[in-house]
Each structure stands twice: as structure tokens, then as C-alpha cells.
Design a protein around this ligand. Sequence first.
Ligand code: ADP
Length: 399
Amino acid sequence: MKVFVVNCGSSSIKYQLFSMATESVLAKGIVERVGQDGAKLTHTKGNGDRLQKQVEAPNHSAALALVVETLLDKDAGVLSSIGEIEGVGHRVVHGGEAISASTIIDQRVIDIIKDNARLAPLHNPANLSGIESAMAVIPHVPHVAVFDTAFLATLPPVAYRYAVPTEWYTEHHVRRYGFHGTSHRFVTQRAAEILGKSVDKVNLITVHLGNGCSMTAISGGKAVDHSMGMTPLEGLVMGTRSGDIDPAIVLYMQREGATAQEIDKTLNSRSGLLGLSGKLSDMRDLLEQVDAGDKNAELAVEVFVYRIVKYIGAYHAILPGLDAVILTGGIGENSLPVRRRICKALARLGAEGDNHRNEQTRGGKAGAITTDASRLAVWVVPTNEELMIARDTAALAGK
Ligand code: ADP
């Protein structure tokens, strides 16, 4: 069975075509600068052959038509007919309270995505546009929506309610929803496999560290707390997002003359590692500056790690037990210095870092980075959100 996975952002479309028998990637790619001048398609076949070209992509629909054309191309392509695709999986950011699992897209699901657009104004409309465009070019097969929020639907009220007037929740839907759920679900399943436990018995703290960063407390395989909130701004320090701040800072900065729009942009795009370092949001670049003796870069990395360790301490306290802390995402999977700092800072909770194991789990390999004697196990488990979407799509489309 071949499954096509689409991740449609406001100005880009990422895609992967899977062969589900072997869970291998037949082709993947991205169309960037959709709706702008200078759109570009990068398409890579499973054998590594890569095609890159400037394209005309005035909207998502034109971009997807190009992708399908490329999949069918006699040189760059990997399909002889579009009919070979038996299901299409879509990443959708916000399912609100109505969605707790992946689901075949029908009018009800489309209405839910539209309804939740006010909670995710940048993401849901783009996701929906991707769905509508893909349904037009790949008709007659099930299209499945896999929501970022779904895995966090098991959060109990004690974790998802904010201590604000009840009407904010009942009338304005103000609560913690959480994001990155597909990644947290994937690594939870994978960690259970590696630890030799059934998923419903596993207690974990899963830490996704990419450009966006989030942490989930997992009890018996279910999410019971999560660091992102009503929006992806809350929680850990991220590449350009602040994570937790005193909410009164927003009001204070407004009184100082900043507009709501400026503050929104500052907290989402000019804060986090970028804000603290003054110039860099990418962990690789930042670590180079740390090595070169840059004090602001050092502070940025310290605050980043400190916030992670503080949250791990909090989640440790609320879980009934803890099998392992799981690190994933670009930084979790690749950044040896950040992993080393996290293990060191977790010493009081019983973590004993193992530098040799840290080296061995370089470049996308799963494994422990603490010693066997460590009272707290820290593992690296690479995530694969696209594969999770493909699996859900295959399961639902195959029915
Ligand atoms: P996204 O959240 O956009 O999917 P990724 O999961 O790819 O992002 O993570 C991006 C982050 O991972 C960046 O901060 C980048 O510097 C970091 N990263 C990727 N590779 C490495 C590496 N080899 N060493 C350190 N950091 C890395």
C-alpha cells in the first residue's frame, strides 16, 4: 500500500510518499515560497536522486498539482499512475476539544478544522487549503487528518485548566491544548518497544527539542501533562519563542507603548534562543558561539537547559513512576553538548550521563545516554511524525 503524506504550511508544502509494506520513503520533498515570487521545488527519490527547480506556485493547489506531476514524471517520478496512492494523510495542527484521534476527513472534520482556525489562525487555514487541494488532485481515496493536538486530548482538567474565570473556558475555549502530539505519540510507542514494555504500562517524560520545543508527561502510555498551552508559545524556551513568561509582562509592554501585534511578533519570532543570544536561533550556530566564548550565547543555552530540567523535575513529581526521559527532535537527536548538559543537570534526580553512549547515539540512532547504574534513565529516540501520519492513514484507509 502506498500512502502520501502532506504537511501544508502557509507558504510551504512538505510531502512524503511511503510504501507501507516496508515503511520506506519512495520520495519526499518540499515546495517553498508558495504564493510568493521565487517558489522552489526540491524533490528527492528514495535512492537519493534529487531534483531542484524554480516553479510557479501561486497557491497550494498549483503547488500540489506540481508535486503530483513530479511523482508521475518519467525521470524524477516514482509512480506510473496516481491510482497507486491508496490513502492521503494530512498534518493538521488544531482539532480543539472535538478531536482525540486521527480521522477520515469528511464534512464534519472540515467544519471542525474551520471552527478551530480561530485557535490556530496561522496553521489551520493552511492545513485546510492543503486538504482541499489534495482532494482535488488525488480524488477517490480516503484522506485522513492527523491532529497535533489529538494525543494531548487525554490531559486531565487539573492539567488543562488555567486558573482564570470559568467563562474564559466555557465561552472562549481558553485551556491548554498542547501541540507536537504526533511526535510525542511516536516516541512513546517506540520507547515502549525499546524498553520491552506494553505502551499502556510505560511512564515517560518525552522532550521534543526542535525549533519548537515541548515536553509531555506520559502515564500508562497516555499524556497527562504538557508544556505547550492554549498556543505553542507556552513552556520551554524555543528557537524564537519565549516559552513561559509572566503574563503581566505583556500588559506592561503595552503600557510602555508596544502594540498587541508587535508583542505577538516579539514573543513568537524574536524571543527564545534568538532573543537571549541577540543573534542566533539555531542550536548548532549557538554552540559554535559558546565555544568561541560568547557570553550571551552561553546564557541562551543555559536558560534553555535550565527550563527543560525544571519541567522534568515538575513532571517527575506528578507521575506515578518514570521509566525514562526521552529526548527527540533536531536538538534532542543531534546535539551532544545539550544532551550532556541535560544529563549533568539531572544528577540530583539520579541521572548519570555516559559520554560514550552519547557519542554512539549520534545521527539519528536510538539509545540510552545514561549509564546502566543510573537511577534516572535518559534515552534518545528519533521521532518520525510523517511515518506516524502514514501509519494512521494506512490503518484508517485500509478499513
Ligand atoms: P523543526 O522543529 O523545525 O522540525 P528540527 O526538529 O529539525 O526543527 O530541529 C531544529 C534544531 O535542531 C535547530 O536548533 C538545529 O540547530 C538543531 N540541530 C540539528 N542538527 C543538529 C546538530 N547536529 N547539532 C546541534 N543541533 C542540531
